[in-house]
Design a protein around this ligand. Structure first.
Ligand SMILES: Nc1ncnc2c1ncn2[C@@H]1O[C@H](COP(=O)(O)OP(=O)(O)OP(=O)(O)O)[C@@H](O)[C@H]1O
Ligand SMILES: Nc1ncnc2c1ncn2[C@@H]1O[C@H](COP(=O)(O)OP(=O)(O)OP(=O)(O)O)[C@@H](O)[C@H]1O
Ligand SMILES: [Mg+2]
Ligand SMILES: [Mg+2]
Lengths: 165, 165, 165, 165
């Protein structure tokens, strides 16, 4: 199981369809302050099922939809797709390639798709169960938050260990 | 599940001790269950002592020492339950050159079992990448991918201003 | 004291708007009293919009944008009530080169009215120093001052391994 | 009113008497991770009257006394002196140079001195009243805490403005 491609349309500052192809090993992302690097990390967390707007630095989930600039109008939908190779069959589904898509409309309606077919969030969560893919605590380390592992209270740290159990 | 948790805990603990020594070139680290009698509810204390120093609470450690201790714990968890991917957003920001080198050396040992997506401003960390994406906001407020470099084998391939086909 | 608070608030606000524009080369910033009718108890909201972008909550800003907005507020306060000294501990860590240059240019305008003690790893910030102290722990756990450099007029003067006479 | 000299003995990792002379303008402090840079900022905060161990990254005030290394025993006292020039008479005292000293013994006893004469904390606080010298919120920005100005709740931000009023 590995990531092959991330596709963002209208997600935060990524107004136009943007594609990142991933290789095995290390993918590095660089660029000036405010250009959209951490928004890519948010896109991954979101497409994997994150339900808390706070974890995406917003106050309401709608904050992930492109909100316009001084020159451009806001748009009505955000969409992120993550394509994974499943050649090793880790994901309990009969495809060698799996694409998970999440969409959110300004109306508040949200949609999930599995290989372009509509499904429920529950289906996505079940697909990722026990694969370490859910938006788990230790696979996405947000900017400035490495400290949190050390400074959270002992009871909170347990959650990290339980996930690994 | 009691047995499962304590087995996982012991495995993470052993990894943490080992990886800490590797990252700091000595010193001692440990993970302690605050309440041995109640394994399923007990909080977890992090003990870390840099080489040559006396043991003190983690709050007295320096910014760089805390970041490196967090990295040791993160990779200790990874060793027990590798997640297929890991996103690291500027975790090298508080580190000096010597610690960045140690972090990169440690990372090299994990890239074959997990995919890493690393957001960074540091040249040494960028050098680890198999593929490098540059993000820009030439149009204020709109993020685009500018270039894709295959750093290891091939030379930088300028894929054109918007890799977002 | 109502009059005093609102005069101070207005002065800080005017400074914040001006300094923000200087640091970001445009955009808009403001400070808003949440409850105008109760000046002495009201909370204060920070409004910041980088150039070309749409106005959004400060939580959606990037790490670098937040640091620069904090610097603008800090110097706005300084302009109204300059403290004789200011200690800044690695506030340039999240900044890219362009923003470090803007920060250093802003700082240059304040060094005649206050004394700055700046802890940094960045060469450009170090270049601002009138005197530079190197700290070492050649003996693990024991800090010593290793060198004093008068960067502006004189060359580095190696004052000997322990400037602590 | 400006800082002239900081002297630390047995304060955190500064076991031996260490002196830093300050110039007008900018003093930069550099060094590897964990060498003691932020401890210098803590020393300034402490000598100016800080009463919360938490603000010095400790859990009890005793944490500021040199606690030993693998080779050295802990010692019994921490002392910091800050010498300021008072040529402009900003400090309400008849000296052109003022040295404030703070000592803490393992017994818990703490002492304050003004130009080497014992005094009370109250005398120090009165001396600094309205000069911007007390350990105020905006003249010492701790490592990683620039974000706090932006993310604290609106009511908490008021304190910054009230200090400047
Ligand atoms: N819904 C949205 N619509 C448009 N722009 C958005 C939206 N949400 C966030 N942004 C913008 O994205 C920018 C932040 O991007 P991001 O945090 O990814 O930057 P970064 O590249 O990580 O920068 P740094 O190096 O400073 O951390 C902000 O300027 C913010 O205004
Ligand atoms: N009372 C004490 N006695 C001895 N050592 C102490 C004491 N209190 C703190 N220290 C040590 O001081 C070190 C931290 O120093 P400090 O935070 O100043 O580092 P720094 O130079 O700021 O590093 P960084 O660049 O990583 O931020 C820790 O290793 C800690 O163990
Ligand atoms: Mg970022
Ligand atoms: Mg520090």
């Amino acid at each position: 199981m590995r990531f092959k491609r991330l596709e963002m349309i209208g997600f935060k500052s990524f107004l136009e369809r943007t594609v990142l192809d991933f290789e095995p090993g290390v993918t590095a992302i660089v660029g000036p302050n405010g250009c959209g690097k951490s928004n890519i990390s948010d896109a991954i967390r979101w497409v994997l099922g994150e339900q808390r707007a706070r974890s995406l630095r917003g106050t309401k989930m709608e904050d992930v939809i492109f909100n316009g600039t001084t020159e451009r109008e806001p748009i009505g939908m955000a969409e992120v797709s993550l394509t994974m190779s499943n050649a090793d069959g880790v994901l309990p589904i009969d495809y060698t390639e799996v694409t998970v898509t999440r969409q959110l409309f300004r109306s508040g309606e949200s949609r999930y798709l599995l290989n372009r077919n509509p499904c429920r969030l529950k289906d996505i969560n079940e697909l990722f169960m026990n694969t370490g893919l859910g938006a788990s605590e230790y696979s996405i380390i947000e900017q400035g938050k490495m400290d949190v592992i050390l400074s959270s209270r002992p009871e909170e740290r347990r959650a990290l260990f339980e996930e690994a159990a | 599940t009691k047995k499962m948790f304590s087995e996982t805990f012991e495995a993470i603990r052993a990894n943490f001790k080992e990886i800490y020594q590797q990252l700091f070139g000595g010193g001692k680290a440990d993970l302690v269950l605050l309440d041995e009698s109640d394994i399923l509810e007990s909080g977890i204390e992090i003990v870390a002592r840099p080489p040559g120093k006396k043991l003190q609470g983690v709050s007295l450690l320096s910014g760089g020492e805390r970041a490196m201790t967090g990295v040791a714990l993160l990779f200790a968890l990874f060793k027990v339950k590798p997640s297929p991917f890991c996103v690291l957003d500027e975790i090298d920001a508080p580190l000096d050159e010597a610690n960045i080198n140690r972090f990169v050396d440690l990372l090299a040992g994990f890239v074959s079992s997990s995919q890493f997506i690393i957001i960074t401003h540091n040249k040494r960390t960028i050098g680890m990448a198999d593929i490098l994406y540059g993000i820009t906001m030439e149009e204020s407020g709109v993020s685009r991918v500018v270039s894709v470099k295959f750093t290891k084998e091939k030379d930088a391939e300028k894929v054109g201003l918007g890799a977002s086909e």
